[in-house]
Design a protein around this ligand. Structure first.
Ligand code: MV4
Length: 489
């Protein structure tokens, strides 16, 4: 097994990885930016190393600095977490060149999966069902027009160097194609440095369902079932669950086998996700996420498998610790991403100091977080406070536990999206499992539900003494004003 892992990431995922290290007796090295000196992950690690100023480009995205830190601290492996350098083939290659184990797929596989149209081609070869579309890029209008006519409108233009939703353009008819092609190519060039775009049939309002896969260096690959990730806002996932109400055991076995076969076909090593759109009872491959994902805990809760430990074992050259027949799905798990943002102000970020903080607990509740009471959430990175994860024997119990946990959560000092999560957990369509990617846009009543939830003030937070509460401040000002009035009168 590796001896010392440098975690090239920050926040909750850095701690998630360090927890696995601690249980496995592996030393951990945190690298932190100047903005993260007081962050929990910096304190949690066995060692900490400052890699530069707050902007990510100067710190968490700085490949030479990461390698320098690993060599200086004699780390024999690097875990990249998610985001930042996690799927950067140059980073994996730099690790490989220095004899440091990159905890993830090889640089070749990362490069292949990062090229979305190349990944599509490869998946077609592996027998994976894909959305009807082009298996090469479309550069000229004439070519795009011919292919779009074959596919049939509406179509969607996607940057090949992208992923995750940036630069997607829905094209309703041929008249729109010319402008759409130009603008998508321009966006692709500016954001990904590559103007390549490809075409797919546009599926209206699909569900987003993804399969977790694990592949080792011995050629074994298995799947850990699916996650339903349809509750998204502007391509940001907010709620995920496993399993999906839409997937029967027969479908799970069939799609899971297709996913695992595809992993084996490309020589996939480590943990990964195959994203699918689910529409009209069918799965269509979208892309591979070649990293540990934010939402991995829901899979861990229902399978009992520690995905980060498996990643570390795989990178150390060990075979997978479980066979496919040993993987079972037990109960139901839901994750709510708790963000420092104001859901009543178009989800505007709300970084700042946590004047008070107490996370929920009790049976079937897991909180993965990188904060503590009196910690200041820096404005430089994503505003996630924690991942609140519930587990229950069935979906209903997982929802009940999530509602109860959201009631218990005390976060004072910043605005959070907890009212949004409470509104969804009581939404009749959500409770019925009627989820699609258009859920938030379609459920126009959510805003009023959130307002009501905020006004009702039915939370544990409201019942605890709150030295900094806004309500008390207002009451104090009113009292002073009343006294002043009396004196005047
Ligand atoms: C699509 C699609 C419809 N048809 N592709 C958005 C994220 C990126 N990974 C792919 N996305 C989509 N691709 C075809 N052919 C609709 C979306 C999409 C979406 C997908 C998943 C979750 C939320 C979404 C919100 C809008 C659009």
């Amino acid at each position: 097994m590796v001896n010392k892992i440098l975690i090239a990431n920050r926040g909750e995922i850095a701690i998630r990885i360090m927890r696995a290290c601690r249980e496995m007796g592996i030393a951990s090295v945190a690298v932190y930016s100047e903005a993260d000196k007081e962050a929990l992950f910096t304190k949690y690690a066995d060692e900490a190393y400052c890699i530069g100023p707050p902007p990510a480009t100067a710190s968490y995205l700085n490949i030479p600095k990461m390698i320098e830190a690993a060599k200086e601290r004699r780390a024999d492996a690097i875990h990249p977490g998610y985001g930042f350098l996690a799927e950067n083939p140059k980073f994996a290659l730099a690790c490989e060149d220095e004899g440091i184990k990159f905890i993830g797929p090889s640089s070749e596989v990362l490069a292949l999966m990062g090229d979305k149209v190349g990944a599509r081609r490869k998946m077609i070869q592996a027998g994976v069902p894909v959305v009807p579309g082009t298996d090469e890029c479309v550069a000229e209008l004439g070519h795009a027009r011919d292919r779009a006519n074959e596919i049939g409108y509406p179509v969607i233009l996607k940057p090949s160097g992208g992923g995750g939703g940036i630069g997607l353009t829905i094209v309703a008819n041929e008249r729109e194609l010319e402008n759409a092609l130009k603008s998508t190519q321009a966006i692709a060039t500016t954001t990904f440095g590559l103007g390549d775009v490809y075409l797919e049939k546009y599926l209206p309002n699909p569900r987003h369902i993804e399969f977790q896969i694990l592949g080792d260096s011995k050629g074994n690959a298995i799947h850990l079932g699916e996650r339903e990730c349809s509750i998204q806002r502007r391509h940001q996932k907010l709620i995920e669950e496993s399993p999906s109400v839409e997937v029967t055991p027969v479908m799970r076995a069939k799609m899971g086998e297709i996913a695992a076969n595809a992993a084996r076909f490309v020589g996939y090593q480590g943990a990964g996700t195959m994203e699918f759109l689910f529409s009209d009872g069918r799965f269509y491959f979208l892309e591979v996420n070649a990293r540990i994902q934010v939402e991995h805990p829901v899979t861990e809760m229902v399978t009992g498998i520690d995905i980060v430990k498996e990643q570390i074992r795989i990178a150390s050259g060990f075979p997978l610790s479980i066979r496919q027949e040993q993987v079972g799905i037990n109960g139901w798990s839901i994750e709510c991403r708790i963000n420092a943002e104001d859901p009543l102000d178009d989800f505007a970020p709300s970084p700042g100091k946590l004047k008070d903080y107490r996370s929920p607990g009790g049976m079937g509740v897991r909180v993965d977080s990188g904060v503590y009471s009196h910690y200041s959430i820096p404005p430089f990175y994503d505003p996630m406070i924690s991942k609140l994860v519930s587990w229950g024997k069935d979906r209903n119990e997982a929802i009940e536990r999530m509602r109860r946990a959201l009631y218990e959560y005390v976060i004072v000092g910043v605005k959070t999206n907890i009212p949004f999560h409470r509104a969804v957990m009581e939404n009749p369509r959500y409770v019925e499992g009627e989820l699609e990617t258009g859920f938030i846009d379609r459920e126009t009543g959510l805003l009023d539900d959130m307002k009501r939830i905020v006004e009702q003030g039915d939370s544990l937070s409201e019942r605890l003494p709150q030295p900094f509460s806004e309500k008390k401040k207002i009451a104090a000002i009113a009292a002073v004003a009343a006294v002043t009035q009396m004196r005047r009168g």
